[in-house]
Design a protein around this ligand. Sequence first.
Ligand SMILES: Nc1ncnc2c1ncn2[C@@H]1O[C@H](COP(=O)(O)OP(=O)(O)OP(=O)(O)O)[C@@H](O)[C@H]1O
Ligand SMILES: CC(C)(CO)[C@@H](O)C(=O)NCCC(=O)O
Length: 431
Amino acid sequence: MEGGRIDGKLEMSDSSSELVKQSGDEISHLAIDIGGSLIKIVYFSTNSKCSTNDEAPTLSKERKEVPNGDLNHHILSGRLFFVKFETSKIEDCIKFLSSKKLQQCGAQCHHSHADDKIKIKATGGGAFKFTDLFKEKLGITLDKVEEMESLVAGANFLLKAVNREAYTYIGGQKEYVQIDQNDLYPYLLVNIGSGVSMIKVDGDGKFQRVSGTSVGGGTFWGLGKLLTKCQSFDELLELSHQGNNRVIDMLVGDIYGGLDYSKIGLASTAIASSFGKAISENKELEDYKPEDIARSLLRMISNNIGQIAYLNALRFGLKRIFLGGFFIRDHAYTMDTISVAVDFWSKGEAKAMFLRHEGFLGALGAFMNYKDGNADLCPPQLVEQQTPKSSNCIVDRIHNSTRVRENENGAIDCRLRVSSSFKIYDEVKRC
Ligand SMILES: Nc1ncnc2c1ncn2[C@@H]1O[C@H](COP(=O)(O)OP(=O)(O)OP(=O)(O)O)[C@@H](O)[C@H]1O
Ligand SMILES: CC(C)(CO)[C@@H](O)C(=O)NCCC(=O)O
């Protein structure tokens, strides 16, 4: 179907407005994914002001003996929040972080000044590029988590723990997919960020990056900016919604005198050559409408990604393709093009499925990595909302049965298990 934003789009926060609205949150854990285009932050807050549900987020002082004996735990109830910034505006991100009470994020406050010890999980190329900046401006050490590992951990978590996370988009209809946790693997994860990574996922921590393409979200936004003079990514997407790609794309019918090329299965309306019409018309860039250019560009890139995804799925015999990354933006035309490409090339065999927390896979995966924390800081683990039964492995329990709750803003209600050595903000200040 033709473009347009789908109703009920997740309004996960876009930088500056959030700076004011959410300052003062008590953040217990935070992870960051610094990509080529966008910085994504996932944080867990126990601030009860944020709750819209009947069960207010609280710090429950519930103590649990872990089975091997020696550690007590707190259970923190609260909510996972999602925020993003443009990487080119990293100063906004720095301001945001400095407005937060971050001292407890992985901080170990024994024997020395807490500021020396603030460590957050960080992934993406920017975790390397901006190491010094974070140290200088915020006194924060970035504890690096490998990018592909983070993407996979984030996707696995969402697919197993969050209801209505994955959906198909066919014929203009969004349909949520019920994930059978015992039949999830293998699948192909296609992350469309600035560039595109394709990862074959075989289990928790079991994966292989099998392909990638540099023609991705950065290409759409970069070329689109040059060709249309749009000032923002969302403006470019909106413009594409109003355009007609047939003005610029050379169609099969343009070559075949209006006929289908039925012998090889190409309808006259299929695109034979993206932007191909521009070579035969005596027109300058200014003679084309920006909306038509935006439309052709979006179609070209989405189609190409859909096709490469399908080829890789075919290569490894994978039927399920999950797509993440902020290029998608829950945008109808983008998802429709990718879905049609996968459906067309696989003759209906493979399915493209989109993730609601699209661009936050890496940040979520890095967040999950706190479970590998060192001995001083007990690994925080996400636990479900229901009263936990006695079990040794809370994460396992998520994976095997219950699901965390998600509210309409994309924030996820959940509980975090932390060790008794973990301090809430006021206590940290006194260290
Ligand atoms: N507000 C925005 N500003 C810039 N790009 C946006 C915006 N919203 C969506 N996008 C699209 O999302 C892409 C970035 O997606 P994402 O954040 O998943 O990748 P990244 O982590 O920045 O890239 P990479 O993983 O390749 O380093 C951009 O290239 C652009 O196509
Ligand atoms: C380089 C990364 C992994 C950085 O996130 C990403 O932008 C990407 O996958 N680019 C595509 C590179 C390629 O495989 O051609």
